[in-house]
Design a protein around this ligand. Structure first.
Ligand code: KG4
Ligand code: ZN
Length: 334
């Protein structure tokens, strides 16, 4: 069988990334150009600036990736691109770049859902085993997804309001940490103790999550203490917030594994980089004999390798598009 090389393009938020992956599992070359430093000046991603920077960078990143792989477009089997969900202006740049490459080099074009990409990042480290439960924790999503087999997605729970990464970033902001604050809260929490009395959010029998109450509890606490002229023990608050978030995510994930009798858990999305979440899940899975896979750190946050892997499985299913992919700001994984 001939090897299949997918060139993936990801531009849904503030990373311009291009990758070439062989047979859905081997990262040949990946380039990620992050705009994080620019957006940090504004305390979050500015959509207009993001799309403008994607325009400036996309060609450079495509060329750099091909050079790094020491390959030409002739050797590429198909082009995969994130069509959504994400910032519409940013998505459009990746989609137009992919359509142009497909047209010029006469290659099949494969649309990929961003969350499918995050899930399939796991195939880069180890072949995914089914049935599995995917815990998706990112800046825009908090979902529990049941996968009976390749490319079959059944959502069993999701967030009712803020995504977990969003809550991390907003809490970080009130603690005066720069954007994106998730990794900084993770780090800061090791200097503190769980001393603040915060609620365990949506501690019910569903598989849904809600982080806006927990986030608001932190924001209100900070405001009240400031008004009273008291100082905040930032590391303690970071630790208390994180413990509550990680506890509820771990609790509901483990319950879902038992109820659906699933033996494989994979974690996906930027918050999968969180060290405390990783440790809690590792411990719980070891105790319950669950096979746990978490992507290596570089594949947790947005990157095009994950899009190329998901694109490989989409391509194998022959879900190839003509030159008319529609970028979608919101889109349900199916
Ligand atoms: O998946 P991702 O790169 O982008 C989206 O698709 O949303 O996730 C970005 C999110 C941000 O909210 C960031 O603060 C969070 O992932 N994040 C973390 C950590 N590393 C990244 N949150 C907590 N702990 C971390 N170590
Ligand atoms: Zn993402």
């Amino acid at each position: 069988m001939n090897d299949i090389f997918i060139l993936g393009i990801e531009s849904s938020c503030d990373e311009t990334s291009v990758s070439i992956v062989k047979n859905g599992c081997e990262d040949i070359a990946t380039v990620v150009l992050s705009q994080m430093d620019t957006h940090a000046n504004y305390g979050g991603v500015v959509p207009e600036i993001a799309s403008r920077m994607h325009v400036e960078n996309i060609t450079i990143v495509i060329e750099e990736c091909l050079k790094k792989a020491n390959m030409t477009m002739d050797e590429i089997t198909a082009i995969a691109v994130t069509y959504g969900p994400g910032l519409i202006g940013s998505l459009l740049i990746g989609v137009v770049a992919a359509e142009t490459l497909a047209y010029v080099f006469n290659k099949p074009l494969v649309p990929v859902h961003h969350i499918a990409g995050h899930i399939y990042a796991n195939n880069l480290d180890k072949k995914m085993a089914f049935p599995l439960l995917a815990l998706v924790v990112s800046g825009g999503h908090t979902n529990l997804v049941y996968m009976k087999e390749n490319y079959s997605f059944k959502q069993i729970g999701g967030t009712l309001d803020d995504a977990i990464g969003e809550a991390y970033d907003k809490v970080a902001r009130v603690l005066e940490l720069p954007y994106p604050g998730g990794p900084l809260i993770d780090k800061l929490s090791y200097d503190g103790n769980d001393t603040y009395d915060l609620p365990l959010p949506l501690n019910d029998n569903s598989y849904n999550f809600s982080f806006s109450g927990l986030k608001s509890a932190v924001i209100n606490l900070v405001h009240n203490e400031k008004q009273r002229g008291n100082s905040i023990r930032k590391a303690d608050l970071a630790c208390s917030f994180q413990n509550r978030a990680v506890e509820i995510i771990t609790k509901k994930t483990m319950r879902a594994l038992h109820e659906f009798n699933i033996k494989n858990l994979i974690v996906a999305g930027g918050v999968a980089a969180n060290s405390v979440l990783r440790n809690h899940l590792m411990e719980a899975c070891k105790k319950d004999n669950i096979n746990l896979t978490i992507p290596s750190l570089k594949y947790c946050t947005d990157n095009a390798a994950m899009i190329a892997v998901a694109g490989y499985f989409t391509y194998k299913k022959k879900e190839v598009s003509n030159l008319g992919i529609k970028a979608k700001a919101t889109s349900i994984l199916h």
